[in-house]
Ligand binder design. Structure first.
Ligand SMILES: Nc1nc2c(ncn2[C@@H]2O[C@H](COP(=O)(O)OP(=O)(O)OP(=O)(O)O)[C@@H](O)[C@H]2O)c(=O)[nH]1
Ligand SMILES: Nc1nc2c(ncn2[C@@H]2O[C@H](COP(=O)(O)OP(=O)(O)OP(=O)(O)O)[C@@H](O)[C@H]2O)c(=O)[nH]1
Ligand SMILES: [Mg+2]
Ligand SMILES: [Mg+2]
Lengths: 277, 293
């Protein structure tokens, strides 16, 4: 009996290392390991393999609970606002989403809502050319709310199916930038009732526990309704998505697996968990 | 903060003379948790806590400090030492001009922006840098660096997206030599350390321009994978220093510790904002205070 206790303790230590190095975060790791310890105490789990299987099931259950697909037929134009901190892949993801909707025969409009960063609008315009979507843009330094306003008007006037609104990267701790984002949202709401119909928070798979702080402040300020997890084609496991998805009840709509126009996949909880172990 | 947690852990140690394996066990657990919560890599934390344990066990509990403060001091000093203490982390520009600097790293880390910031910094140091856009993959990447050059009134080499990055870099270096630039800053495309083709490209660029500095640009919010990424870039290419970006957020920045621990290369600069004046020379004690905060 003592032998089993020691083996279990060793296995739990190994599993703890896997969880931490996958960026699950300290809080989530402690919760998950405690859950396993309780099941061990109740003699519910046999050997190391059973422990690992139970852990994988627990994680994929958490993800599956919140999982849901994005239904863009729910409104016309269906307005998607894309937000997140700097450099995570917002603009590129918009290009990929636009391509996907274009392939489905939809009329897509893009809004170059990043009026701050050098060549941001030019970057989105190239994506627009690539996928066959028009781009509404202003000059660098313009008011991003004005771009959102014009884009909403154009989406209705041009009978578009989907409007994707790009925004500048912003750190969630910058109050003035979060206020700017709130204003963009208000303008969209006023122009198209019910819009934005989806607000996507983009997270980089290599992000550590700061993702929780990002999700918390972005959700509070902009009523996020879905997540995108990018750069999963690298070596990062993206474990932070488990805590974020669970804590804020946010489904992972898509994952980014490369820099090309086709590198967007539906999120599969089981595949995601298998990749961690 | 860690200091508060250690204060309460050590309430029981009051009156005891020496730190022992036993009485610091709980304290070390708190140190481990604090570092993991700061995104420091699992293995790096393990090695570091072991070093703290070695330093702490057997030391006398000083009259002037509480045991908690004493452990915090050991942790603080060991972290600063790990980050290079006050070793020279200045840019190595000691070569016949034009001196080349390559900026490398993962997608979206802040390389292009940091190139602009570095050019501005070098100009303030009375140098005359040439900015070279060598990212032909990302849409409007060349335009992005050209725009930054315009904002700084500094010259940007006229790369075209249909050229090969190695050719751009060779041509740009020749141009810099002929035109009297004393420094050349090469912006490269973001890439994963496991992308063999793109990592080879960096090696070819390195061979072509013989840089004095190869700066690994890393996002301060990076988690556990910082170790594998930094090792990949360092083993394959050889980095000479690190630029830690987006430190103006609330990410603890533990990735910096991980990167220094596994590569031994110093953090030379930190990015503290999106504007081109938001670049500062790295100070170890500031980052350590942030992590222990
Ligand atoms: N490998 C890989 N790279 C990606 C992925 N998504 C985006 N990128 C790259 O990440 C970098 C940043 O992408 P952007 O789309 O500019 O990110 P952003 O969030 O719009 O950046 P800002 O607007 O500056 O905040 C680019 O080099 C993209 O090609 C992905 O899924 N995989
Ligand atoms: N807040 C903040 N943002 C930064 C900092 N450095 C860069 N950024 C932002 O991060 C985003 C990405 O910066 P880029 O310079 O395009 O990154 P990159 O590494 O060149 O990206 P790729 O070329 O696609 O790999 C942009 O929105 C920048 O404005 C920083 O220190 N603080
Ligand atoms: Mg963008
Ligand atoms: Mg770049």
């Amino acid at each position: 009996l003592l032998g089993k206790k020691q083996i279990d303790a060793d296995v739990l230590e190994e599993l703890e290392e896997i969880l931490i190095t996958a960026d699950m975060g300290v809080k989530t790791t402690v919760e998950l390991i405690r859950t396993l310890e309780q099941r061990l105490k109740r003699n519910e789990l046999g050997d190391g393999e059973a422990l690992k299987a139970a852990l994988k099931q627990e994680i994929s259950d958490r993800l599956a609970q919140v999982n849901s697909d994005l239904d863009v037929s729910a409104a016309k134009p269906f307005v998607i606002l894309v937000i997140g901190v700097n450099g995570v892949g917002k603009t590129t993801t918009i290009g990929k989403l636009a391509a996907q909707y274009r392939r489905a025969g939809k009329k897509v409009l893009l809004a170059a809502g990043d009026t701050f960063r050098a060549a941001a609008a030019e970057q989105l315009e190239i994506w627009g050319e690539r996928v066959g979507a028009e781009v509404v843009r202003h000059k660098e330094g313009a008011d991003p709310s004005a771009v959102a306003f014009d884009a909403c008007k154009a989406a209705v006037a041009r009978d578009c199916d989907i409007l994707l609104i790009d925004t500048a990267g912003r750190l969630h701790t910058k109050v003035n930038l979060m206020e700017e984002m709130k204003k963009i949202r208000r303008v969209i709401e006023r122009e198209i009732p019910g819009a934005p119909h989806e607000t996507l928070l983009v997270l980089d798979a290599a992000t550590g526990q700061n993702a929780v702080s990002q999700a918390s402040l972005f959700k509070e300020a902009a009523q996020v309704t879905g997540l995108i997890l990018t750069k999963l084609d690298g070596t990062a496991k993206g474990g932070i998505v488990v805590a974020v998805s669970h804590e804020f009840s946010l489904p992972v709509r898509y994952i980014g697996v490369g820099e090309g126009v086709e590198d967007l996949r539906r999120f599969e909880p089981q595949q995601f968990v298998d990749a961690i172990f | 903060a860690l200091s508060d947690k250690l204060e309460s852990v050590f309430k029981k140690l009051r009156g005891q003379g020496v730190m022992t394996e036993d009485n610091i066990k709980e304290a070390l657990r708190e140190v481990r948790l604090a570092l993991l919560e700061a995104d420091v890599n699992f293995k790096v934390v393990k090695d570091f806590v072991e070093r703290v344990r070695e330093k702490a066990v057997g030391t006398l509990v000083l009259q002037s400090l509480s045991p908690g403060q004493q452990v915090v001091k050991i942790v603080h000093d060991e972290l600063v030492a790990l980050m290079g203490g006050d070793e020279d982390n200045s840019l190595d520009l000691a070569a016949k001009p034009p001196v080349s600097i390559m900026m490398v790293g993962l997608q979206g880390a802040g390389k292009t922006t940091s190139c602009g910031k570095l050019a501005r910094y070098l100009k303030s140091q009375r140098r005359k840098p040439l900015l070279v856009p060598a990212d032909v993959y990302r849409p409007a990447a060349i335009e992005q660096l050209k725009t930054l050059g315009r904002q700084l009134s500094m010259e940007v080499f006229d790369s075209q997206a249909d050229q090969k990055p190695v050719d751009i870099c060779s041509k740009a270096l020749k141009y810099a030599e002929l035109s009297g630039f004393d420094t050349v800053i090469f912006d490269t495309a973001g890439r994963h350390q496991i992308d063999d083709y793109l990592m080879d490209e960096l090696v070819h660029i390195r061979e072509a321009v013989e840089p004095r500095e190869i700066l690994f640009v890393a996002d301060a919010m990076t988690g556990q994978e910082a170790v594998n990424v930094a090792t990949g870039f360092n083993d394959r290419l050889g980095i000479t220093g690190v630029v830690l970006t987006k430190l103006d957020g609330d990410a603890k920045g533990g990735a910096a510790l991980s990167i220094k621990a596994v590569t031994g290369k110093p953090v030379k600069f930190v990015g503290l904002g999106e504007k081109l004046d938001a670049l500062e020379v790295f100070h170890a004690d500031r980052l350590v205070s942030r992590i222990l905060g």
